[in-house]
Design a protein around this ligand. Structure first.
Ligand code: GDP
Length: 194
């Protein structure tokens, strides 16, 4: 599908700014630098809509993009950036707790991990958030262009094992750079965007 209209709506720094207008929400999460902005830009066919490479870990905000006035892409703040202060980490934790508590409109969760590495403890924590919501979610294994063909299968197995994924949770081999997996991810998203 082609997305015709994308509007940046807001950057919520606190729970009272979260949007709760009933439109479906596709919620993207991932550690800093995993390529979350690049994945979103790839899906939107935009070069620089979600900011790529902006000072990692500095922005604890929930960003809302309105997609063809039918749904939101919700860009959760990246996590796991080593140089972040204890206070910022705590702020991230609180904001995420509140976000998932008031998560009535999450239609689909998208957890982005690095296809080259074993998921981090923070990735596991984030996967627990998505599991607890009880809504459909998928795992995107990004940067697959950096893998040799023979590495893909064992890496995906390691990701599935580490995140303890049940059979109903798909892993999508993805490259924001090359476009690999974009159709597949979009087909999941479109199930929830009417
Ligand atoms: P974010 O912090 O998760 O939003 O990550 P960004 O989208 O800013 O990407 C971080 C870095 O990884 C940038 O230098 C991107 O160009 C690069 N990157 C993102 N996706 C891919 C990918 O699929 N393949 C490769 N090779 N690099 C990528």
């Amino acid at each position: 599908m082609n997305i015709n209209n994308v509007e940046f709506i807001k950057s919520a720094a606190s729970p009272r700014d979260f949007i709760a207008d009933g439109l479906p929400e596709i919620v993207f999460s991932g550690k800093s630098n995993v390529g979350k902005s690049s994945v979103i830009n790839r899906l939107l066919n935009r070069k620089n809509f979600a900011r790529v490479g902006s000072s990692p870990g500095k922005t604890v905000h929930v960003n809302y993009f309105l997609i063809d006035r039918r749904a939101y892409f919700v860009d959760l703040p990246g996590y796991g950036y080593a140089k972040v202060s204890k206070e910022e980490k705590a702020r991230w934790g609180k904001l995420m707790e509140r976000f998932f508590e008031s998560s009535g409109a999450i239609s689909l969760g998208v957890l982005i991990v690095d296809s080259r590495h074993k998921p981090t403890a923070d990735d596991v924590t984030m996967s627990e958030y998505f599991k607890a919501v009880g809504r459909p979610w998928v795992v995107v294994a990004n940067k697959c262009d950096k893998l040799k063909a023979g590495e893909i299968e064992p890496n995906i197995s390691l990701i599935r094992e580490t995140l303890a994924l049940t059979d109903d949770i798909p892993t999508i081999v993805f490259s924001a750079e090359k476009g690999t997996g974009a159709r597949e991810l979009m087909s999941h998203i479109l199930k929830y965007v009417q």
